[in-house]
Design a protein around this ligand. Structure first.
Ligand SMILES: *Cc1c(COP(=O)(O)O)cnc(C)c1O
Length: 379
């Protein structure tokens, strides 16, 4: 491997993970969440692989992500859920591209209707209700009004309500009573919709955690993201291994310098690491600009020279140093930051606990300077 660094993406693992998620929710359709460049794994390749493994929907946050999928000739149904409500432009583009849009407010509904009118078609929408997350979605006070306006637009054939949906705040704590409460509120919200004549084909709630742990949240479709990429949705849900999923990304870099340092020598900015013996250090040409967390300074695990080591001193913008002791490491050797974990390398979840963050952040922050290298096909 001659590149500086790389993120290898194992599409076979991704497909197997989709299969595991399908088995966990066998009666539901599966929407694979591919926002944020498929959690840093590569939007188009991962989307194709997910679809080939049985995902019948793709989910994105932004309009531009949905458009990128259509430009790649992906014809699978797509739901986009974080749209600008101050302008109709994105809505028109999405409706023209046959992308389904989430509506959380009367203002958003107006944009969907306007887009349908401008394009001479019907906008396919998913009405989102906030059942307790306190984030996107119509508040319970606003829900009935949104339903009434939607019912009218359905009658006028400017929109079709394909879905009604919500998101859980505690899916990673399946025993938390708020999970049950949100599901009750969701069922009430569905009842209100039905009484106004809105019967969506797709009621959907479950992220990865709820796909595994809360069957009552499966409804017609589940929306897993992180588990598609083989990472744990949270400690309360289980490790990847316990869930039967496999990390998809392996992030590694090649050593560009090896040198000896005497005992008592400081390493990197601020000398936050000081050698305790005469030793050797290896320099790796990746840093926080590539997504290695600064919080991994002195604690981030790394597999180098056939063993697990820890980053020495502060993570820099483009470089990190590892104290390799007397191990035989030469320039050009590959050092693995994280991977599936079966050859002794750390996982992204190991990195998350070392850097006091979540696996989601570890993989999504691997930057654009790092090429994604795909194996396992996907088309
Ligand atoms: C990101 C996201 C998901 C996927 O969540 P995971 O925890 O990654 O499975 C599902 N639904 C919505 C609305 C999201 O924003």
């Amino acid at each position: 491997m001659t590149e500086r660094a790389r993120a290898q993406i194992d599409l076979d693992a991704l497909r197997a993970n989709v299969g595991v998620l399908h088995e966990a929710a066998p009666t539901a359709a599966l929407l694979a969440v591919v926002k944020a460049d498929a959690y840093g794994h590569g939007l188009v390749e991962c989307s194709k692989a997910a679809v080939s493994a049985g995902a019948s929907y793709l989910g994105v946050a932004l309009a531009q992500e949905a458009i990128a999928l259509r430009q790649a000739s992906i014809t699978t149904p797509i739901l986009a859920w974080l749209l600008q409500t101050d302008s109709v432009d994105e809505w028109v583009e999405l409706v023209l591209a046959d992308v389904e849009v989430s509506v959380s407010s009367v203002r958003g509904l107006r944009k969907a209707i306007e887009a349908a009118t401008q394009t001479g078609t019907t906008a396919r929408i998913h009405l989102k209700v906030d059942t307790g997350m306190g984030r996107a979605g119509a508040s319970l006070q606003a829900w009935e009004g949104l339903l009434r306006d939607s019912a009218q637009a359905v009658a006028e054939q400017s929109i079709e309500v394909v879905g009604v949906w919500t998101h859980l705040a505690f899916a990673d704590q399946p025993e938390n009573p708020i999970v049950e409460h949100q599901l009750e509120v969701f069922n009430q919200a569905l009842g209100q919709a039905e009484s106004l004549g809105i019967k969506p084909a797709l009621r959907h709630v479950a992220n990865s955690a709820a796909t595994f742990k809360t069957p009552k949240a499966h409804f017609d479709m589940v929306r897993p993201g992180i588990a598609v990429y083989g990472l744990s949705p949270g400690v309360g849900v289980g490790t990847s291994q316990e869930l039967g999923i496999r990390p998809v990304m392996t992030f590694s870099a090649n050593v560009i310098q090896v040198k000896e340092l005497p005992a008592g020598h400081g390493v990197s900015y601020g000398h936050e690491y000081v050698t305790t013996t005469d030793t050797s250090v290896a320099l790796l040409p990746v840093g926080y600009a590539d997504g290695v967390p600064l919080a991994g300074s002195n604690v981030g695990p790394i597999f180098i020279g056939s063993r697990a080591r820890t980053i020495a001193g502060r993570v820099c913008m483009d470089q990190v140093v590892v104290d390799i002791g007397t191990d035989q490491v030469v320039e050009g050797d590959e050092a693995i930051f994280f991977g599936p974990g079966d050859s002794g390398e750390p996982t992204a979840d190991d990195w998350a606990s070392a850097a006091n963050t979540i696996g989601y952040e570890i993989v999504t922050r691997i930057g654009p300077r790092v090429p994604r290298i795909f194996s396992g096909g996907g088309t």
